[in-house]
Design a binder for this molecule. Structure first.
Ligand code: ATP
Length: 224
């Protein structure tokens, strides 16, 4: 049934959203047979520094970035809640909305994946969703370098990379990698360019570039 095709879930700070995020989601959809990818900007992320610009700006930039892609959708719930953002409650909410059988696939960059054991209630993720890991340039995929408890989960849950069949066969619980075009862009780099008065053109969608200019975002280190 088409409505039972796996749904990708892509959370992030998106401060700002850039082409690395967009290719990750687009290539995940192709490689993993996802019906769609739901983008979920964090309201107040708990496991990292405070975002540079307000949640409403980050949400709007993602909205502009995903516009026109029929496979991409925006989920404003974490931003709208105003509360600290945690992945497990978000996945529980999606489960309640979509039912118990639809495969959910949490999309992560390799750096985010390596930090998973620091996340609140992280082991519960596997009862709610599959985890698909993009190979991010410059970040080692050496399994032996992962935290020991994550290696244990991998041994029990690992599916072949780039294998949609493993995801479609169950609603949750597998871990696999997927191949993405190496794009060594980060939001940190984009913020630094903009703060230095340099161009971030071609690293961000044109509509996001225009939005940043219009609202004078990321111009300096003074919080503007
Ligand atoms: P920052 O530089 O502020 O840490 P970021 O560019 O890593 O930001 P996030 O919003 O923190 O962006 O990332 C959301 C997700 O996208 C994470 O899972 C991260 O690993 C992944 N990601 C970010 N940039 C890339 C990239 N260039 N290639 C692949 N994955 C990426």
């Amino acid at each position: 049934m088409p409505e039972e095709l796996p749904l990708g879930v892509f959370g992030g700070t998106f401060d700002p959203v850039h082409v690395g995020h967009l290719r990750l989601a687009e290539e995940a959809a192709d490689a993993l047979g996802l019906a769609a990818v739901r983008w979920i900007p964090a309201g107040r992320p708990r496991h990292r520094d405070a975002p540079r610009v307000a949640a409403a700006h980050r949400l709007r930039m993602v909205e502009l970035a995903v516009a026109g892609n029929p496979r991409f959708g925006l989920d404003a719930a974490e931003v709208d809640s105003g509360a600290a953002s945690y992945t497990v409650p978000t996945l529980e909410r999606l489960r309640a909305e979509l039912g118990a059988t639809r495969p959910l696939v949490l999309l992560l960059g390799a750096d985010a994946y390596a930090g998973l054991p620091d996340w609140h209630r992280w082991r519960e993720i596997f009862a709610l969703a599959h985890v698909a890991v993009a190979r991010r340039p410059g970040v080692a995929v050496d399994a032996a370098a992962l935290p020991a408890e994550l290696q244990t989960e991998e041994r029990a849950r690992r599916a072949p990379d780039d294998d949609p069949a493993a995801l479609a066969a169950a609603p949750a619980g597998r871990i696999l990698g997927f191949t993405t075009t190496p794009l060594a862009v980060s939001a940190t780099q984009v913020r630094a360019l903009l703060a230095a008065g340099r161009s971030a053109r071609y690293l961000l969608p044109p509509a996001v570039i225009d939005y940043i200019a219009l609202h004078h975002l990321y111009r300096s280190h003074d919080g503007s």
